[in-house]
Ligand binder design. Structure first.
Ligand code: SF4
Ligand code: SF4
Ligand code: SF4
Length: 400
């Protein structure tokens, strides 16, 4: 058995309940997609948005909301990557909220009937009370909610902050008082009374408030019911086209929406299976960063000692990173039969160390030495999916 076969398989008996969305009734109206039990990743039909959307649907434009929670903005930019096609999206939909591009107000959303928005596309993880309030509001007002991008689907890089032991206030203290720039600023201007964000401040004109910074970053479906998932950091333009085609088919022609829980833009296979690099299942005795060696163009990166999450990551991106010599970091998330993304890859890597009898003699010390070459293991193996991992969060117990 090669290392590609050695990823953790889900123990069906012990399987964790899949995130709420696939198993809960959609709260909204009759047009909401129906849950079908197990979620099978399926591909949706591709579409050219220009041909797809010739003017508004007969019943008039539908309402579309786009919102970013704890996000970097890259997901919003990926929506703009539809280029001039964004104008045809404007033909079919009234964009009632899109903080990066349109002036929709929270009070306007609140004034709508429940279910009045056909689709809300939400990127980013849930980091603070404003994120939580807005995604709950959009859930209430929308027939369909799409978890858009890796941060929304798996926590993404914001969820790495869950590895900071203790509570959110420790992160705020570090950011506002301990980095070299902020420590100097506080010492120079606020010595003895450092200025840190407050959730409430009484100004002469009235109370000013800031959102509450949460201790734990959550994925979107850990906070609200989600209908569809589009992973990727950011997702491919093709994936948003697939989703919009399904929505347009529904709005224009009454075609039923895809099954609830559909993951758009992913395959049923691993990334390795769409990666063009040749796999030889070689033994590795050193671990390298790509910049440390002359990366061979056609050989599997793992065979060259570069850690790659391809064996446990679901396909769909077309091996964007490995084709250009960079290892997969797992932004599409795990395959459906992998329970623990990072641990799966770690197991696959361990199986590549020279530990079999026919590999020659290698001692425990040597194995530990190789393992210690993995810099920041948690950060590496869970770069994108810590929010969905079993680890979830570092905690402090008894001062440790
Ligand atoms: S998934 Fe990637 S591009 Fe999208 S918000 Fe998160 S970090 Fe940014
Ligand atoms: S480079 Fe990565 S994705 Fe490609 S075959 Fe090797 S392990 Fe799999
Ligand atoms: S190769 Fe991996 S990290 Fe790169 S885009 Fe694809 S899934 Fe994401």
């Amino acid at each position: 058995m090669g290392f590609f076969d050695k990823v953790f398989k889900k123990d069906k008996k012990k399987e964790e309940p899949k995130a709420a969305p696939a198993k809960q009734e959609a709260p909204a109206a009759a047009a909401a997609p129906q849950a079908t039990g197990a979620v099978e990743p399926i591909g949706l039909e591709m579409a050219d948005l220009g041909e797809l959307l010739p003017g508004a649907p007969k019943g008039g434009k539908f309402k579309l909301a786009i919102y970013w929670a704890a996000a970097c903005g890259g997901c919003d930019v990926s929506l703009l990557d539809t280029n001039e096609r964004i104008l045809t999206i404007g033909d079919m939909a009234d964009i009632v909220m899109w903080p990066i591009a349109a002036d929709g107000k929270e009070k306007d959303i609140e004034a709508m009937e429940d279910g009045a928005i056909l689709v809300s596309i939400i990127s980013g993880a849930v980091r603070n009370s404003e994120n939580e309030h807005m995604v709950k509001l959009l859930r209430k007002k929308s027939k369909v909610v799409v978890s858009y991008g890796t941060c929304a689907c798996f926590g993404g890089s914001p969820a790495l902050a869950n590895l900071v032991p203790g509570e959110g206030k420790e992160i705020l203290e570090y950011v506002y008082q301990k980095t070299p720039s902020t420590a100097n600023f506080q010492a120079d201007y606020h010595a003895g009374a450092p200025v840190v964000p407050q959730t409430s401040f009484q100004a002469p004109e009235g109370e000013l408030t800031l959102p509450v910074f949460y201790d734990t970053v959550k994925t979107l479906d850990q906070v609200i019911d989600v209908d569809y998932y589009i992973p990727g950091c950011p997702p491919l333009q093709e994936s948003i086209s697939q989703l919009l085609k399904a929505v347009a088919d529904f709005a224009y022609n009454g075609v039923p929406l895809p099954p609830k829980g559909t993951e758009v833009g992913v395959t049923t296979k691993t990334l390795c299976e769409e990666c063009p690099r040749k796999k030889e299942n070689l033994r590795i005795e050193h671990i390298y960063e790509p910049h440390e060696i002359d990366v061979k163009p056609d050989v599997c990166l793992m065979d060259q000692g570069i850690l790659c999450l391809g064996p446990a990551t679901v396909g769909g991106c077309g091996a964007r990173c490995t084709k250009v010599g960079q290892p997969c970091r797992g932004c599409y998330g795990p395959t459906s039969d992998v329970q623990e993304h990072g641990a799966s890859v770690f197991t696959a890597i361990a199986s590549m160390f020279p530990i079999r009898e026919d590999d020659g003699i290698i001692g425990e010390d040597e194995i530990v030495k190789i393992m210690s070459e993995v810099k920041d293991p948690l950060g590496y193996f869970y770069a994108f999916t810590l929010g969905k991992s079993l680890i979830k969060k570092a905690v402090v117990e008894g001062g440790q």
